[in-house]
Design a protein around this ligand. Structure first.
Ligand SMILES: [Ca+2]
Ligand SMILES: [Ca+2]
Ligand SMILES: [Ca+2]
Length: 183
């Protein structure tokens, strides 16, 4: 992972360095516990082919899971979380053109199990996922890069933000959620 993703410091040491062997350009990273063993590992999403590549260990090697997200469009951005509280993180996609989330409850080829609109469209919108209210289920959020506004919702459904706040500075700071970059 690049230090540029860090939200806490430019000086954090890199603890792990490895390659997910899924060559190509334009891949977007995701992270999650794909097999429920308590360890978060990496994955990549290829918007050009709507294909996810997930690996179950943070070591160099090929994907353990490869599948396509049926119905995905170009420009959609990946997220991952345990939407249904079964201990397994699964993938989702966010379409910034319509501000629509598409969440799937298994890491297999298929379409969205949950589809809903949250927030307003904009190319500066980046999707987030986390268990914001600690009820055992992950839900979605948005980071609006232009004004550094975080919008979090505690349910995976259409509706208003459960909380919102501004944070950070700079113009090219993608958000992160999870434990890897916490101080
Ligand atoms: Ca795992
Ligand atoms: Ca799950
Ligand atoms: Ca939750």
């Amino acid at each position: 992972m690049s230090n540029s993703l860090s939200k806490t410091s430019q000086d954090l040491p890199i603890d792990l360095r490895f390659t997910l062997q899924a060559p190509g350009t334009g891949r977007l990273p995701v992270a999650g516990d794909w097999n429920g063993d308590g360890v978060e590992t990496v994955g990549l999403y290829d918007p050009a082919t709507q294909t996810f590549y997930l690996r179950n260990t943070n070591t160099t090697g090929p994907a353990d899971l490869t599948f396509t997200f049926t119905g995905a469009g170009p420009g959609w951005r990946p997220i991952a979380g345990d939407w249904n509280g079964d201990g397994i993180d699964t993938v989702g996609l966010y379409d910034p053109a319509t501000s629509t989330f598409y969440l799937r409850n298994s890491n297999t080829t298929g379409g969205a199990d949950l589809t809903f609109v949250f927030g307003t469209p904009g190319t500066d919108r980046w999707p987030l996922a986390g268990d914001w209210d600690a009820d055992g289920r992950a839900s979605i959020g948005l980071f609006q890069q232009s004004n550094h506004l975080f919008l979090l919702r505690n349910q995976n459904s259409a509706g208003a933000a459960s909380s919102q706040f501004t944070s950070g500075t700079g113009t090219n700071t993608p958000p992160v959620a999870g434990y890897w970059y916490m101080p």
